[in-house]
Structure formats: structure tokens, C-alpha cells
Design a protein around this ligand. Sequence first.
Ligand code: NAP
Length: 284
Amino acid sequence: MTAKIIDGVAVSTAIRTEIAQRVVALRDKGVTPGLAVIVVGSDPASAVYVRNKMRACAEVGIRSFKYEFAADCAPEPVLDLIAELNSRADVHGILVQLPLPAHFPIPQILQTISADKDVDGFHLYNVGGLVVGDTVFPPCTPYGVVKLLEHEGIEIEGKNVVVVGASNIVGKPMALMLMQRDATVCICHAKTRDLAQFTILADILVVAAGKPNLILPQMVRTGAVVIDVGINRLPSGRLVGDTDFEGLRKKVSYITPVPGGVGPMTVTMLLANTVASAERMSAR
Ligand code: NAP
């Protein structure tokens, strides 16, 4: 078997074209969607992510506003800014780029963002929405994975899904979103004993652990669908996911590459959430 390589760049481009059309429709009604991005400190990886998000906004016609704070600033000015952005009519989405400096109370920062503008989907209200199946903003990375599966016409209902990784931003929301779509879901994490005994059962395997070569061909069943969320930079500088891509592609039916799989979808779903927010606010 040779796997179909899921082209996240192509799917992403198609979704961004639709988003740009929705932005035009909003502008015709006098509304320009706006995303506020708050950055604290000067983490180089965060700077790249923020630049990519703002560039992607510009490409589809979303206005973005960037607010920068020094790494040693107190949390209060950031909390005050979030409160101000919550009440601004030209801001439809607010995101605080993580990680934050250690002295920042991340839960308090995230809970201060209005649930109606929480386009990252990290506010407790939105997390609760995932549990009951009524999400305002699905978190961007798992949302992107669902869109990739839908785009490929991969059925989720009734499938055995194994999610490797149980973080709040990827693994847990991923599991909840797939459970809402009637999959039978198992979540594995670093303390799971004998990972392979779970992964071998997966019709759809989603891996988000941040460990290169964690998933080897003998750990997956022939014909499985493999979604590799991991992003790891090897000492050589090469970017790889969490799976043995070359080994797996000879055994599975679908696989996402790294880079070019889930990565581009994450920013795309941020754009989708921001436009959805502007549409909801303009309909009020
Ligand atoms: P994280 O917060 O570090 O969580 C990693 C999860 O993987 C944890 O639940 C951890 O288990 C589990 N894990 C670690 N080693 C494991 C092992 N050997 N076997 C099974 N599970 C293991 O990371 P994250 O933020 O979820 O990100 C995960 C990966 O996805 C990273 O490579 C990150 O760069 C990437 N990522 C990609 C995108 C994208 O757009 N493509 C977006 C976000 C993240 P414990 O809970 O037991 O510690």
C-alpha cells in the first residue's frame, strides 16, 4: 500500500479563498474583521508565529492589531488591554501568544478574554463547549485536523481513533471533537504503558507528542489514517513530525507530511474563527 499524502497547503489555500470571500461580504456590510494579537517578551519562535498569523490575516483582508510588552512587565497592563479590546467593536478576535513569561498567571489571562472573542478557543467557556458539543470557537489545531479529515472524505463516525498526546491545546480538544463526531476515542500520554497496544487499534491515529520517530510502522495497522501534528527540529535543522513518515507511508492509507500537513491548517482555522466571530457580531 502507498499512502495518499494529505496536502495541508492545498486544503488550507482552498479554505483561505472561501474566507477571503466571506471577508468581502462582511466589508460590503461595513464590517472589517479584526484580530488583536498580544505578545509578551521576545521569544524568537513566537515572533515567527505572530508574523505568520498577521501576514495570513492581511492576505484574506482581516485587519490585525499587534500589542507588544516587555518580558519583565507586570500582568496588570496586559489584563487592562484585554479588557479594553473586549469592548472594542473593531476587534472580533483576541489572542495572547503563548508561552508567556513564568510570572504571568496564564489561566487568569485566558479567562479575561471575552468568550465571544476567544478565537484560540482556550477560555474555559469554550473548553466546556467542547465537552457538551456546542463550541463557540474550536481550538485551531484540532479544528484544522477535523477539516483535513473532512476534506479527504475520511469517515469519522464509528471509527477507532487513538490520540497520542493529551495537552490542553491539542490532544484533549482533539479527542473531544472526534468523540462529538461519534468516533470511539482513546487518549495516550507519556505515562501510557506499551503505547503500541493502543496505536495498533487505530483506524485514525492522531499524534501530537513532540517526539520524533515515536510512531513506527509496526505500531500501526495496515490502511490506517495517520495525522502527524508534531513539529520537531532535528539537530541538522530539518523539521520532522512524530512519526516515521517514510516507513509509514508504505503501510497506511493516508498520512500528513511535516511540514505541509497540519501546520498550515492551524493558522487557517484562526482566520476562520476570526471571520466567524465578525459574522456573529454583525448579525446581532
Ligand atoms: P505538549 O504540551 O508538550 O504535550 C505533549 C503531549 O504528548 C503530552 O500530553 C505528553 O504526555 C504526551 N507525550 C509526550 N511524550 C510521549 C510519549 N513518549 N508517548 C506518548 N505521549 C507522549 O505539546 P503540544 O503543545 O500538545 O504539542 C505537541 C506537538 O505538536 C509538538 O511537537 C508541537 O510543536 C506540535 N504542535 C503543532 C501544531 C501545528 O500547527 N502543527 C500546533 C500545536 C502543536 P503527558 O501529558 O503525560 O506529559
